[in-house]
Write a protein that binds this ligand. Structure first.
Ligand SMILES: *[C@@H]1O[C@H](CO)[C@@H](O)[C@H](O)[C@H]1NC(C)=O
Ligand SMILES: *[C@@H]1O[C@H](CO)[C@@H](O)[C@H](O)[C@H]1NC(C)=O
Ligand SMILES: *[C@@H]1O[C@H](CO)[C@@H](O)[C@H](O)[C@H]1NC(C)=O
Ligand SMILES: *[C@@H]1O[C@H](CO)[C@@H](O)[C@H](O)[C@H]1NC(C)=O
Ligand SMILES: *[C@@H]1O[C@H](CO)[C@@H](O)[C@H](O)[C@H]1NC(C)=O
Length: 281
């Protein structure tokens, strides 16, 4: 039915990209048995899909030897792709996946190094338990994703109906399917743009594709642990209030994670970061 890229294939892709420090190469899964996507036959011949056999073997060997680095994560896992995501779509989404692996590594390192007395931790999680935050971040990157499917064929018509506002959606009546709209590719920014687009508070963390993926993941049962992580509150004053007065729920609220990830990352890569003025809200 489907011809998903396996997690290992994406990992090889990712390692190739890291090795080469070049554009991301997408390895196509065999789709000879495919019956789903009308577009799949047109992409198998694309020159974009060519991977160097020796480089691939090298990356694969490094993977098996455990000698290649994915921002300190030992075994990141990835969703499968539905055939409706063509090579171009997959290259762009893979870029966001790599950004998610990277941005979360800063959060992990800061959590472990600075604990709960950290100013940024307290801002977004208050006195909420660090075990929840550490576990949620690790599970999001390394947890089992065998129920997750990324698709690009707009099965509910949400992209077509909302072309300037919807970047994607959780496909109704599925536990693990997320559809990406074309707006995702044009509107979401790579992490390298952090602090260029405006303050985090002005532009909101989901402007960044790698952080927005966290938000999309949390709509899926396997990543939210059946709703343990949820959108309890989404307005900044409420998010900050949750951290200060209701830490138990701050560590379960999607947006508290998104702001935390962006805040930690920005401060790590740009002197002083670019959070913006939280007292204004
Ligand atoms: C890639 O390498 C494998 C193992 O050495 C070999 O069997 C295969 O024929 C090679 N494929 C291409 C396209 O060169
Ligand atoms: C891939 O899909 C996008 C729409 O998401 C489309 O614009 C593009 O032309 C497609 N590319 C190929 C090679 O089919
Ligand atoms: C720990 O916090 C300090 C600021 O208090 C910061 O400079 C440092 O980078 C943090 N450590 C990590 C690993 O993020
Ligand atoms: C989802 O399931 C409900 C209840 O079975 C149904 O009414 C609805 O049409 C379904 N929605 C979609 C988009 O399939
Ligand atoms: C904490 O937030 C949750 C979710 O909004 C709410 O149900 C709960 O009542 C709040 N608890 C307190 C003590 O405010």
């Amino acid at each position: 039915m489907l011809s998903p890229l396996s997690s290992e294939n994406i990992l090889i892709t990712l390692s190739l990209a890291l090795f080469a420090k070049a554009s991301i190469v997408v390895k196509r899964a065999d789709h000879s048995s495919s019956s789903v996507s009308p577009t799949s036959s047109s992409i198998s011949a694309s020159s974009d899909t060519v991977t160097s056999n020796s480089t691939e073997l090298e990356a694969s060997a490094a993977l098996h030897l455990g000698t290649f680095e994915t921002f300190g994560w030992a075994n990141p896992t990835f969703p499968s792709y539905h055939n409706s995501c063509n090579v171009t779509n997959q290259r762009m989404i893979n870029g966001a996946l790599i950004d998610a692996v990277q941005v979360s590594s800063y959060a992990r390192d800061r959590l472990l190094a600075n604990g709960t007395s950290d100013e940024i931790y307290q801002r977004w999680f208050g006195d909420g338990p660090i075990f929840t935050v550490a576990g949620v971040i690790e599970n999001t990157i390394q947890g089992v994703k065998d129920d997750l499917l990324f698709r690009c064929d707009d099965p509910q018509g949400g992209c077509a109906a909302n072309p300037t506002t919807w970047s994607g959606y959780h496909v109704l009546n599925t536990t693990g399917e997320t559809n990406f709209c074309d707006l995702f590719y044009s509107a979401k920014k790579p992490l390298t743009h952090i602090c260029f687009e405006g303050t985090i508070i002005d532009v909101e963390p989901t402007l960044y594709a790698g952080i927005d993926l966290f938000h999309r993941y949390f709509h899926l049962d396997q990543m939210s642990s059946e709703g343990y992580i949820g959108e309890f509150t989404e307005e900044l004053p409420d998010i900050l209030d949750l951290a200060q007065n209701n830490g138990t729920f701050a560590v379960r609220n999607v947006d508290n994670y998104l702001y935390y990830l962006a805040d930690v990352y920005a401060e790590a890569v740009v002197p002083g970061g670019c959070l913006g003025d939280i007292s204004a809200d």
